[in-house]
Design a protein. Structure first.
Length: 161
């Protein structure tokens, strides 16, 4: 494996594109999970199509800050998209449960363990959710490995001149 790609800092002391892309993708996955969780809580129904948007958001952030072109960044994007969608589903279920039972959201979160989360997911995740998780992962991977739009426009400008 090429260790130069795995360095966290380049020769000038700046963060490597791999680390920048990963951090940007992580922040985008947090935003995506929150949006994915809020929709069912606010509108009372789940919109699995949002998973694709979450994957796109994560992929775009990774591509923009990680300069695209890396399969490793694509894999990181796909994993972050899956985690973000699953986290959003769990948070929305907990939010709806706590609202319907007049229990503090944070109290429910505080009493959760891994087995409870697995139980929640096994009872609420169907075939359609899994398909949209896979689509989110595919979109995140694809966009993460594309060069950012800014570099595409620079190359287009050079070709025009």
């Amino acid at each position: 494996m090429n260790t130069k790609k795995l360095q966290t800092f380049d020769e000038q002391g700046k963060l490597s594109p791999l680390l920048k892309g990963t951090l940007a993708g992580f922040l985008a996955s947090i935003i995506g999970a929150i949006v994915y969780a809020l929709y069912p809580f606010i509108f009372g129904m789940q919109l699995n199509l949002l998973a694709i948007g979450v994957g796109g958001l994560i992929g775009f952030a990774i591509s923009l800050f990680g300069n695209g072109k890396s399969k490793l960044l694509g894999i990181i994007g796909a994993i972050l998209a899956l985690i973000s969608c699953i986290t959003g589903d769990v948070i929305s279920i907990i939010a709806i449960y706590s609202f319907q039972n007049s229990v503090s959201f944070w109290r429910v979160i505080g009493n959760l363990d891994f087995a409870s989360v697995v139980d929640i997911l096994s009872q609420t995740t169907g075939f359609l959710s899994i398909m949209f998780y896979l689509m989110a992962m595919t979109v995140a991977y694809g966009i993460s490995t594309m060069p950012p739009l800014s570099s595409v426009s620079k190359n287009t400008d050079k070709e025009i001149n």
